[in-house]
Design a protein around this ligand. Structure first.
Ligand SMILES: *Cc1c(COP(=O)(O)O)cnc(C)c1O
Length: 386
C-alpha cells in the first residue's frame, strides 16, 4: 500500500539538520547573529530593503498592523476567504476588519471588491495572495493612494511568487509584506514569520514591537541615557522573537526556495494536464495576468451536486485512497467570534460560493510524479463518476 499523502508538508534535508545543530552549539540560542543572517537572506530573496523576523506569521501580521498605526475606531479591509490570522491581527490592535468579498471562480479579492468596502474609517488594506497567486496589486495600491491608506500584503502563501516580474515581498506596490514559515509553507523555521518593507521607520517600529517595545539607540530615547544598560519602553510590544535555532533552519531552507518553488510549479502543471477534461472538477486557475503563483496550495473546485456526493463524502473517499485534502478556508465572517461582532457571511456571496466548492489537493516539493498521478486518478475516478 502506497503511503498517505497529506495536503502539505515540510521538506527537511541533512544540511538543514546540520545548520540547526551548529546553531545549538553556538553562543547564541536567541537574539544572536543567526537572526541578522536570516533577515539578510530574506531581503536578498525578495528584493526588499528590510526584513524583521518574528515568532510566527500571525505575529508578523500583528506587528505590521501595529506599525501601520491601526487602533480603536479604525477599519482594515480583509478578504472574507483567508486564514483567521489576517482578521485577528486587526482586532489585536483594537481596530475592526471590514470583510471584502472574493471572486467565486478563483477565491481572490479583486480591486473592485476592495473599492466597494471602503468607508471613511478605512485605514489599511490587507490583500491576501490566496494559494500563492498574487492579487492585482497595482490597482489595489492605486486605490489605497487615493485615500492615503496603508497596504499590507498577506503573503503567507506567496513566498517565491512574482507580480509583473518582481518578487512578492519587494514592496513594489505595498508598505509591508508578511510571510509565514509554518511547516506547510514554502520554507520553514517550524514556527516563524517575517515582515519585509522598504521603509526604515516601519522596520524600526516592528523591531522594537517584537521585543516589548524597547529601544536602546541614543537618538531614539525620550530621556537621557544614564548608562550603557539603559533602555526605554515607548510602546506596548510583545515577546515575538524568533530564536537563532529557527533562524539557522530558515537560512538553510531559503537557499532552496528556488528549487522548492520550481518543483511546486511542475506539480501544478502536472495536475493541470491530468485534470484537463475531467468532469465536475476544475483547477482554480493561475489568477492575475502578469503574476506567477508560488503554489502554496493546489486548489480545485468541485461540482458536488453533479457528482452526487457531499464534500465530506468525497474527502472520506479520497482519504480511503490515501489522498489527504483540506479546505481553505471557511469564510472568516462566518466564525462565531466575528458573527457576534455583527459580521454577516451572507453579505459575501462570492466567498460562500467559493467555500462551497473548494478543496486543496496534496502540494509540496517532496511529492513525486507518481504521487501526483495517483491523486489525479483518485480525483477523476470519483468526479467523473458523477
Ligand atoms: C499561515 C498563514 C498565516 C499565519 O501564519 P502562522 O505562521 O501560522 O502564524 C497568516 N495568513 C495566512 C493566509 C496563512 O496561510
Amino acid at each position: 500500500m502506497a503511503s498517505f499523502l497529506p495536503y502539505g508538508r515540510q521538506l527537511i534535508e541533512d544540511d538543514d539538520i546540520a545548520a540547526v545543530t551548529a546553531a545549538l552549539r553556538s553562543d547564541f540560542l536567541t537574539t544572536g547573529p543567526a537572526i541578522d543572517a536570516f533577515e539578510q537572506r530574506l531581503c536578498e530573496a525578495v528584493g526588499a530593503k528590510y526584513a524583521v523576523a518574528v515568532a510566527n506569521g500571525t505575529a508578523a501580521l500583528h506587528a505590521a498592523c501595529f506599525a501601520a498605526g491601526l487602533g480603536e475606531g479604525d477599519e482594515a479591509l480583509v478578504p472574507a476567504v483567508t486564514f483567521l490570522a489576517t482578521a485577528n491581527a486587526v482586532r489585536y490592535c483594537g481596530a475592526e476588519p471590514r470583510f471584502v468579498d472574493v471572486d467565486p471562480r478563483c477565491g481572490l479579492s479583486r480591486p473592485a471588491h476592495f473599492e466597494a468596502a471602503l468607508t471613511p474609517r478605512t485605514r489599511a488594506l490587507l490583500p491576501v495572495h490566496l494559494t500563492g497567486r498574487p492579487v492585482e496589486l497595482r490597482a489595489i495600491r492605486a486605490l489605497a493612494r487615493t485615500r492615503d491608506l496603508v497596504v499590507i500584503e498577506d503573503a503567507a502563501h506567496a513566498l517565491g511568487a512574482t507580480y509583473e516580474g518582481t518578487p512578492i515581498g519587494a514592496g513594489a506596490h505595498s508598505d509591508m509584506t508578511i510571510f509565514s514559515f509554518h511547516p506547510v509553507k514554502h520554507v520553514t523555521t517550524a514556527e516563524g514569520g517575517a515582515i519585509t518593507t522598504n521603509d526604515a521607520t516601519l522596520a524600526k517600529k516592528m523591531r522594537s514591537f517584537r521585543s516589548h517595545g524597547m529601544v536602546r539607540e541614543a537618538a531614539d530615547l525620550v530621556n537621557p541615557k544614564d548608562g550603557p544598560w539603559y533602555y526605554e519602553q515607548q510602546d506596548l510590544g510583545f515577546n515575538y522573537r524568533l530564536t537563532d535555532v529557527q533562524a539557522a533552519l530558515g537560512t538553510s531552507q531559503l537557499a532552496k526556495l528556488g528549487r522548492f518553488v520550481e518543483r511546486r510549479r511542475a506539480i501544478a502543471a502536472r495536475y493541470d494536464a491530468g485534470l484537463a477534461g475531467a468532469r465536475n472538477v476544475r483547477p482554480i486557475g493561475t489568477g492575475t495576468p502578469g503574476a506567477e503563483s508560488a503554489y502554496h496550495l493546489y486548489a480545485v473546485l468541485f461540482d458536488f451536486d453533479a457528482i452526487g456526493h457531499t464534500r465530506a463524502e468525497l474527502v472520506a473517499a479520497l482519504h480511503a485512497r490515501g489522498v489527504g485534502t483540506q479546505v481553505h478556508y471557511i469564510p472568516v465572517p462566518q466564525q462565531p467570534y466575528y458573527a457576534a461582532r455583527g459580521h454577516r457571511v451572507s453579505d459575501f456571496p462570492g466567498a460562500q460560493r467559493y467555500y462551497a466548492q473548494t478543496l486543496s489537493l496534496p502540494m509540496y516539493p517532496a511529492l513525486t510524479d507518481d504521487d501526483v498521478d495517483r491523486v489525479i486518478a483518485a480525483v477523476r475516478a470519483l468526479a467523473d463518476a458523477g
